[in-house]
Design a protein around this ligand. Structure first.
Ligand SMILES: [Zn+2]
Ligand SMILES: [Zn+2]
Length: 200
């Protein structure tokens, strides 16, 4: 699905006139938006151009090679649901594989159980990877920061010029509420400049 691609200005206006598409948050007139050097759209704050998707993505988190899609403002919460479901399936798979193993100390036993044993170890490795990813994602969400911002804060101008370490952090509860319960795109410029903290 659309992770929150930034549309060129003409398309946005057309979509608004027809009353279709997503509500685009209003950005204060005195805030100058950066223009993307690749797709030439005006980039809202926290958006980043993805070379693989060839679009700018709102509140860019990362490009997921498994999904072959970006994770951004519009599909990030579904990505968390996807990881949670994947974790449940992996735990169930690990349980099934483990329940089929009866341990004996003999070569014959190993020959008969080698594939089941390897499956269990593979499931275990994937379970640990997904669990770590889910925990780290939930931590970042609770701080209202993205993987991209966390990894590259020294390269991001709006973070370098901010007096606060994380200008978008509104406290764990509000961060989680916004992330999981708000269906609107947010004008992050408003929160950054403390003009208006309500989503549009
Ligand atoms: Zn771009
Ligand atoms: Zn991408």
């Amino acid at each position: 699905m659309d992770p929150g691609f930034v549309k060129p200005e003409e398309e946005v206006k057309e979509g608004e006139n027809k009353g279709q598409g997503v509500v685009i948050p209003q950005i204060p007139g005195d805030v100058k938006l950066r223009r993307c050097g690749y797709c030439l759209v005006k980039q809202p704050m926290r958006a980043k151009h993805c070379q693989l998707c060839q679009h700018c993505v709102r509140r860019y988190d990362h490009h997921c090679p498994w999904l072959e899609n970006c994770v951004g403002e519009r599909n990030h919460s579904l990505f968390i649901v996807y990881l949670s479901v994947q974790l449940v399936v992996l735990l169930w798979g690990a349980h099934v594989a483990w329940s089929g193993l009866y341990f004996e100390q003999s070569w014959e036993w190993l020959q008969h159980n080698i594939f089941l044993l390897m499956s269990f170890l593979l499931i275990l490795i994937f379970t640990i990877v997904v669990l770590l990813l889910l925990v780290s994602q939930l931590y970042l969400i609770s701080c209202n920061t993205t993987t991209w911002e966390f990894m590259s804060s020294h390269r991001i101008s709006y973070l370098r010029h901010s007096e606060l370490e994380n200008p978008f952090d509104q406290g764990i509860i509000l961060n989680l509420w916004r992330f999981f319960c708000s269906r609107h795109l947010t004008a992050w410029e408003n929160i950054y400049f403390h003009k208006n903290s309500e989503p549009v």
